[in-house]
Design a protein around this ligand. Structure first.
Ligand code: ZN
Ligand code: ZN
Length: 558
């Protein structure tokens, strides 16, 4: 992902705030409406093409979904307005492998270290296009590039976004890029335009990288392009990758213009013209780098217009940048297991121009925010005017179907239910808390319980205060006389109908009255319910459970 790594530049503003050309006054409440206005103002041919893209350099992660979900919202808005839209995603897979990643993901999303694969083979393929690097996991795909592009495609499917994948390598090999390559190499201006933007480029460069037929490495050492024969002379003299130098094999000769690639700053505009791209979101690194040069290149070299741009802000994961190569990532499949597609889409819907953090330890807050957004849409809660307007406009894009009778269990409550394995018990608890009643349809109960499974995975993954399991059968433990008397007292207090907070306070009081050290009394409670020496806030947890069950357990009956 040479062209898509994260940096720490200044925040770049998003698209200009154009006046809407549509008729609805609420267009500006949702950024995707403003973008759609801007696209339609250009009177594009249909289908309107919305693109994203990355190099398949390593583990696809949630950060890559900036490239897919920003486009998704714009595509949906255009479809609502009756336009045909195609969302495409380029796998920039003729880029060279420039560094051996520390972590990889198998086709089943298992994250493994370099030790699990032939790291030496990867090292020998530095400088080779991703599609010519063998799949590190053997036979599951044709190449390294195909492996990681495959995972990305799976992620898009998981989240329910229809995307057409285009391989750059296939675009070169099939000849679909021929016109673009010829245009760049025939241009008197191409090299000098780039030299204005890139210190390392000169006006005498031939803007092409050949792939050495002997060793498979890309080399920028090319000369004498012949546009009739469609060949170029090359010398395999190596390339730079960051601070490292990747050696070439020394071979020289001529290769076809289909055996190689345009440098990224030309390849991006080549994608726009070849695929007819009308809109493309990109991270702020591009906003300062390849976008301004791409804009000028497409206008002066290709004599075409660039797509409508949209700059998004990167988000961090637990305060640190996501990075495929270091393995500080969360994959889409993991996130789907924890929160589900609607919440993931919501995360990308809000404030695309603002820096955000994806904090797995506080996923409850993100889910609570989503739930509130949903309640605002259904008019079940009052909120700030702007947010309510956004919910009215955009909430339906987050869900498969707008269903007012849907039941959302608060995420932390779902985590409490996750401490209980039995489905009937979970339903009873949700009923006791008033989330489910006799009118709740069966599908809504099932859907609500899916969140219990997710919150349970969250508790296990983060080993947080909900990572305990209630034992339905009483664990065998003996208690001394004072503890037994205190438990009986506490049972009476629960039987009297007190709520969780009151029970929590009474645990302390009861322990004191019976001269049982408070810590030991809590431990007695945890042993009774969890067969453990620690657990969640006991009183509040007991307050969530069925009263009869709690009383019986505290009395050590049953
Ligand atoms: Zn594979
Ligand atoms: Zn070579």
């Amino acid at each position: 992902m040479s062209s898509h790594e994260i940096d720490d530049g200044e925040l770049t503003p998003g698209v200009d705030d154009h006046e809407p050309t549509g008729s609805d006054a609420d267009h500006h409440t949702f950024w995707a409406d403003a973008v759609a206005d801007e696209i339609l103002a250009r009177d594009p041919e249909e289908p309107i093409v919305i693109k994203g893209g990355v190099s398949p350099s390593g583990i696809p992660h949630l950060g890559h979904f900036n490239e897919i979900l920003r486009g998704f919202f714009v595509a949906e808005v255009l479809r609502e307005r009756g336009h045909a839209v195609e969302q495409v995603f380029t796998s920039d897979d003729r880029d060279a492998l420039r560094a051996v990643p520390r972590n990889l993901a198998t086709e089943d999303w298992e994250i493994v270290g370099l030790g699990a694969v032939d790291g030496g083979a990867l090292g020998r393929n530095l400088g080779v296009p991703y599609t010519d690097v063998p799949d590190p996991f053997g036979e599951c795909h044709d190449s390294y590039g195909a492996h990681f592009a495959g995972l990305l495609r799976d992620s898009a499917e998981l989240i329910g976004v229809p995307v057409t994948f285009e391989s750059n390598t296939a675009l070169y090999e099939s000849g679909r890029f021929d016109d673009a390559v010829d245009t760049v190499l025939a241009s008197d201006d191409a090299a000098s335009v780039l030299a204005d933007y890139q210190a390392s480029a000169t006006a005498d460069d031939v803007p092409f990288m050949a792939q050495c037929p002997e060793c498979g490495h890309l080399t920028p050492d090319v000369s004498e392009p012949d546009l009739d024969e469609r060949t170029v002379a090359f010398a395999c003299t190596g390339m730079e990758a960051g601070d490292d130098e990747i050696d070439g094999c020394g071979a020289a000769g001529r290769v076809s213009l289909r055996e190689g690639k345009l440098p990224w700053r030309f390849e991006w505009p080549a994608q726009w013209t070849t695929l007819g791209v009308d809109f493309e979101p990109f991270g702020k690194d591009h906003a300062e780098g390849s976008w301004p040069s791409g804009e000028e290149i497409v206008q002066t070299v290709f004599e075409a217009e660039p797509p409508v741009p949209f700059v998004y802000e990167w988000f961090t994961l637990g305060g640190e940048p996501l990075s495929s190569s270091s393995g500080h990532v969360i994959t889409v499949s993991e996130v789907m297991e924890l929160v589900g597609p609607a919440v993931v889409k919501y995360f990308f819907l809000r404030n695309p121009g603002r820096a955000k953090d994806f904090d797995v330890s506080r996923l409850d807050q993100l889910v609570d925010e989503f739930d509130r957004f949903e309640r605002l849409y259904f008019g079940e809660e009052d909120g700030p005017e702007e947010l309510t307007a956004l919910a009215d406009r955009a909430y339906p894009l987050l869900v498969d179907e707008v269903r007012p009778d849907r039941v959302r269990l608060p995420y932390t409550f779902a985590a409490v239910l996750g401490m209980v394995e039995d489905r009937g018990f979970r339903v009873q608890m949700a009923r006791d808390e008033g989330h489910i009643d006799d009118d709740t349809p069966e599908w809504a109960i099932d859907a609500a319980l899916e969140r219990v499974e997710r919150a349970r995975r969250w508790a296990e993954r983060t080993d947080n205060a909900y990572n305990y399991r209630l034992h339905r059968d009483r664990p065998a433990h003996e208690f001394d006389a004072a503890t037994r008397a205190a438990l009986d007292d506490l049972a009476d207090f629960v039987a009297a109908g007190n709520d969780g907070e009151a029970i929590q306070g009474e645990v302390y009081e009861t322990a004191k009255r019976h001269d049982v050290p408070v810590g030991e009394f809590f431990e007695a409670g945890y042993r009774l319910f969890f067969d453990d020496t620690q657990g969640p806030r006991l009183g509040e947890f007991l307050g969530e459970l069925e009263r009869e069950f709690v009383v019986e357990r505290l009395r050590r009956d049953g």
